[in-house]
Design a binder for this molecule. Sequence first.
Ligand code: CMC
Length: 431
Amino acid sequence: MAATTKTATLTFNGKTIELPVHSPTVGPDVIDIRKLYAQGDVFTYDPGFTSTAACESAITYIDGDAGELLHRGYPIEQLAEKSHFLEVCYLLLYGELPTAAQIEDFETRVTRHTMVHEQMHNFFRGFRRDAHPMATMVGVVGAMSAFYHDSTDINDPWQREVAAIRMIAKVPTIAAMAYKYSIGQPFIYPRNDLDYASNFLRMCFAVPAEEYEVDPILSRAMDRIMMLHADHEQNASTSTVRLAGSSGANPFACIAAGIACLWGPAHGGANQACLEMLREIGTVDRIPEYIKRAKDKDDPFRLMGFGHRVYKNFDPRAKVMKQSADEVLALLGIENNPTLQVAKELERIALEDDYFVSKKLYPNVDFYSGIILDAMGFPTSMFTPIFALSRTVGWISQWKEMIGDQAQKIGRPRQLYVGETRREYIEVENR
Ligand code: CMC
């Protein structure tokens, strides 16, 4: 538990209530209102949880004003440059960077779990051919609880561990299968001699008739995309996973709930929406029209890939992603593609525009990731599944932390009721 050395005093309705204040290792103090209702007969109101911490966590820290993101204390820029995705997975799950022996053991365990139960192939075939891969993923990841009974007991630490490894290993396989199914190609089995990112690329782009040679620069870019999406503290999908898990639901069901929440365009679905928006804009001369629409209060349109609930300076992931986009496009010789021209000009105009500057709306991680994934050959429908497979480790790390936290209870927010007060039933003939 965080240190508790201060108190806050709330005076309301003639009562004075002393509330403990917890000091985190870094970041603003947190007023503990758990006893508020019992002592003051009053609730707090905070839609969107803009000022409310729902848990204690030691995994990820974000300083939105400074544009800082730390995983277990390590800055994302250093991890993106020096680490690799499976090492970041280990760090998030277990709290420390692994030794050489620990990472070797971890990689072996993950690699040995990458195949899915053969009967799951039949499960895929139940989906419509043109199903969005996210729809398939929500269903298939949830269905893992029907295939892996021996890792659904949340009270058994060994089963929790196996479920974690299984999900990190199998969710990329499921995402690739969802893609293959959607384009009518046969599933490609994982290959254990490839690294995690290369294996995923191959499962998406190889066909039985022709092997896919993974370019190391593309594999490194894919690995970086995975690292940059691995965790982001208590965002909407992670909070969904925690809320689902707080009832004691099995881990596969909880991660499926997280995938469902991620799908929305305000969250992980923004990468698909952003690229589609860039294509819709089409040419640089049409940008002012879209900027105008984004500012219009009567138009629901928003510039996708801009803005963030927490980052009010810049998104550190976007900085690394932008650099990666430049590398990939240079490698593929497509620096001048029209979508990229629109993206660059849109970024330039938005960063100078008063509306965006005053509201602190900067390009976020989704603004650049789609450009890289598009260049790699992924259709827009695969962008959010790739976010989901990368975030799986974050969700499962947060879920494991929650299960081990004695202070956690079933999540059950209160409400500010504005409906009718009690009234008597009216017979139909009298209405
Ligand atoms: N385009 C135009 N105006 C915007 C945008 C945008 N992208 N984002 C926020 N605003 C305006 C908004 O209209 C509001 O104006 P006002 O104060 O005059 O009412 C102000 O900025 C604050 O917006 P908000 O909706 O209260 O902010 P929020 O913290 O609730 O929302 C957000 C954050 C990311 C949902 C929002 O910025 C957004 O919808 N962005 C586009 C979608 C997107 O790129 N999402 C990916 C987020 S990063 C990856 C992830 O976490 O999944």
